[in-house]
Design a protein around this ligand. Structure first.
Ligand SMILES: [Zn+2]
Length: 286
């Protein structure tokens, strides 16, 4: 008997528009059956594209919202969106489909089964890294005040979302990685960690990168009580911040004039001490 994955997902609502949870249930059905399995033939309306996907093993089946992503071993991913009328069926080989071939959107043939998607709103073949990026782009990062901070996770998330040649300052402000660090904390974190604002993600190892977010979380929490924003907890009257807003004034550590410039993707003012924050690569393992 053919299996109708739409009905399998929800018997009572089989004919209604597929929702995100339907797609998740389809992914839950397909993932254990397809992951690691060779797809001998892919059928798509475009035969050339289908050929590029055939003869590949499935690496993962993932649902995100209403999209289903089937990742293949050759770094290609089949993304599908069922739209209003799409559905998935599973047939043993040599079994007549219950819908006409004209409604075919995508079919995957394994040694044992044929998985067929009809009437999808969209099917496209995309390169897997850009898909992963698109998936993470749709999510907001962790809240550095409310959530547990895991520096290693934040470092890997930064690398997942941004290119290696992205500026560290852009990573710190990127809300898809972590929410909370603003323009003031950005400059202060770099000063306390002795990192130049010119550094790229590729210049730092995961330890150094993760420490920046951990420090951001610590500073945000220490400032929850109100009062002046403070990153410099010294008992003197030299100020509550190390570098922010202090362009041309002597560095509170070494007396070198603080520099400032609009930098990064958002051209935000960035302050730093050129002596305390030399433009060195921060990698302990290389
Ligand atoms: Zn200095």
């Amino acid at each position: 008997m053919p299996v109708h994955l739409g009905k399998l997902a929800d018997q009572r609502k089989a004919d209604r528009m597929p929702e995100g949870d339907t797609v998740h249930k389809i992914a839950q059905f397909l993932a254990p059956r397809l992951t690691g399995v060779m797809v001998e033939q892919v059928k798509l309306p475009d035969a050339d594209t289908a050929k590029r996907c055939s003869g590949q093993r499935v690496r993962a089946v993932v649902a995100r919202g209403k999209h289903l992503f089937i990742e293949l071993d050759n770094e290609l991913t089949i993304r599908s969106h069922l739209g209003m009328h799409g559905s998935w069926h599973r047939y043993p080989h040599a079994t007549a489909w219950q819908r006409p071939r004209s409604q075919l959107s995508l079919a995957l043939s394994t040694a044992d089964w044929e998985y067929v998607c009809f009437n999808a709103k969209e099917v496209e073949i995309v390169r897997s890294p850009s898909v992963r990026r698109r998936i993470v782009h749709t999510r907001l990062g962790v809240d550095l005040i409310a959530d547990h901070t895991d520096p290693a996770f934040l470092a890997s998330r930064a690398r997942e979302i941004l290119d290696a040649d992205a500026l560290l300052i852009d990573a710190l402000l990127d809300k898809r990685i972590a929410c909370g660090i603003g323009n003031v904390y950005k400059s202060e974190i770099l000063f306390i960690e002795r990192l130049s604002p010119a550094l790229l993600l590729t210049d730092l190892d995961d330890d150094s990168l993760g420490k920046c977010f951990q420090l951001g979380a610590d500073l945000l929490r220490r400032n929850l009580g109100g009062g002046r924003r403070t990153t410099r907890f010294e008992h003197d009257d030299a100020g509550s911040l190390w570098v922010y807003g202090r362009s041309g004034l002597p560095c509170l550590q070494c007396d070198t004039p603080i520099q400032s410039r609009r930098m990064g993707r958002h051209h935000r003012n960035t302050y730093w001490c050129p002596v305390c924050q030399p433009n060195n690569v921060h990698k302990t393992n290389t």
